[in-house]
Ligand binder design. Structure first.
Ligand code: ADP
Ligand code: MG
Length: 266
């Protein structure tokens, strides 16, 4: 049994997690997506996960979210084993997945309403709309929103549950480069404000360096941690500084050295 410090109640521990999936066109066979992956995230830490397409990043996030079960290994938040979905673990995807027939306010309220706690928290929705800068859009519908604004609604909807852990699966992947950089600052501001433990999957190495305390680089499938890099730069970070570019070079060289340059898909 793996334990984490119980004071570290929102830390995440991933211990030798394996996960296979049946191969659809070869009945009776399976493919290993995660091959015994292990790492920890401290409470309030912001960690990025980068790795080639298909190495199991989304699978891992789904397991931590409790949306799927592993074949073996242990997953803990604090010292509690993950046994299913919970409001204490929020998940945000590349697609904001908003309800198109609901206003911004109703979209943000939806999670609270589903859990039957909306009435206890009348001011929270306003607070979270302010937090993500959407108070003027409370009555707008999703089709009125830009991609960046829709993703802010998705973040507010996840954060309003006060998750201990926020799992972000390429949340800014569909945004144009300038909106994306602005949203990186938004997410950092939310993180600094709330100190939620965050695990961010990204294909963007600059984004990983700009945002993270630590970057975990995965191997090709079956996914495991190949390399761990502490980003010990003060925030706000300068994307053009020598130190920033040194991290960039280090990560790119690592990926090239691993012989993945031709099909990086990063
Ligand atoms: N539900 C599923 N059924 C079958 N195979 C799956 C399923 N989910 C993921 N996989 C396979 O697991 C591997 C890892 O997928 P995924 O976690 O989506 O990778 P990533 O997010 O790193 O691109 C891929 O080979 C993918 O086809
Ligand atoms: Mg994925």
């Amino acid at each position: 049994m793996v334990t984490t410090n119980s004071a570290d109640a929102s830390g995440v521990r991933v211990h030798e997690i394996c996960k296979s999936f049946p191969v659809p066109d070869a009945p009776g066979t399976s493919r290993v997506a995660l091959g015994g992956i292990s790492f920890s995230i401290a409470a309030s830490e912001l960690v990025s996960l980068v790795g080639p397409s298909g190495c199991g990043k989304s699978t891992l996030l789904r397991l931590i979210a409790g949306l799927d079960v592993s074949d073996s290994g242990e997953l803990l938040v604090g010292n509690k084993e993950i046994v299913g979905p919970s409001a204490e673990r929020g998940l945000v995807f590349q697609d904001p997945n908003l309800f198109p027939w609901l206003t911004v306010r109703r979209n943000i309220e939806a999670g609270l309403a589903a859990r039957g706690v909306l009435r206890e928290k009348p001011n929270e929705v306003d607070e979270f709309m302010r937090l993500v800068g959407l108070e003027a859009f409370a009555n707008a519908y999703p089709h009125h929103l830009s991609g960046g604004m829709a993703q802010r609604v998705a973040l507010a909807r996840a954060l309003i549950n006060h998750p201990k852990v926020l799992l972000l699966d390429e949340p800014l992947g569909a945004l144009d480069a300038f909106t994306r950089m602005r949203m990186q600052d938004e997410v950092l501001r939310l993180w600094e404000n709330r100190r939620t433990t965050m695990l961010l999957v990204t294909h963007d190495i600059d984004e990983a360096i700009y945002m993270s305390d630590r970057i975990l680089i995965m191997t090709q499938a079956p996914g495991r941690i190949d390399r761990e890099i502490d980003i010990d730069l003060a925030r706000p970070r300068d994307r053009t500084s020598d130190l920033f570019l040194r991290f960039r070079r280090e990560i790119l060289e690592h990926l090239h050295f691993a012989g993945k340059a031709a099909d990086l898909s990063l």
